[in-house]
Design a protein around this ligand. Structure first.
Ligand code: PNS
Length: 164
């Protein structure tokens, strides 16, 4: 490994998608350690509990040796300080992600100047993919098998179809 930097991959992960896993595994090749952290996004009303999200992320990242999963309910900048993270890694999809992500990156830099936000470009095939799409399709009985990791697919479908 070229560096000794701890990177954090924060998100709502409601639920985790193959797009998230792509970004996490690419971050794991760039940084010595990656901590995936389930955060609370006050703008969103979660479908899955924090415990379920952590469990799903652990299963989906089990093969990635330098990846850990955690949860935090405070500010991301506090968390990065607490664990000494040098980078926040986020995936960027369409232009529509940009304004919000840019604002968060600047805010996090202000709150903790020691951490740099790094954006990884999404793979073209995940450009359209989002947790909200997965929730909509899954809860209406559509096929989400291409959008979520195999080992947690059934669990996600079960939870999405029971909420009616
Ligand atoms: O997956 P999401 O919902 O796009 O991720 C957004 C998230 C959870 C990373 C963001 O809302 C966040 O960092 N929340 C924690 C609270 C915080 O630090 N807010 C200020 C960030 S500018």
């Amino acid at each position: 490994m070229m560096n000794n930097i701890i990177a954090v991959c924060p998100g709502s992960f409601d639920p985790v998608t193959v797009g998230h896993i792509d970004i996490i595994s690419r971050a794991a090749q760039m940084f010595s350690k990656v901590v995936v952290v389930v955060m609370h996004n006050s703008a969103k009303n979660p479908c899955f509990s924090v415990e379920e999200k952590v469990e799903m992320l652990r299963k989906a990242t089990a093969e990635l040796e330098n990846v850990e999963v955690d949860a935090y309910s405070g500010l991301l900048a506090e968390y990065t300080k607490k664990i000494g993270a040098g980078a926040i890694v986020k995936g960027l999809r369409a232009m529509s992600d940009f304004e919000y992500e840019f604002q968060m990156a600047l805010t996090n830099k202000k709150l903790n100047p020691a951490t740099e936000t790094v954006f990884l470009t999404t793979r073209a095939e995940n450009m359209y993919l989002s947790s909200s799409m997965v929730k909509q399709i899954g809860s209406m009985g559509g096929d989400i098998s291409e959008f979520v990791p195999k080992m947690i697919h059934d669990k996600i479908v079960e939870r999405l179809t029971e909420r009616k």
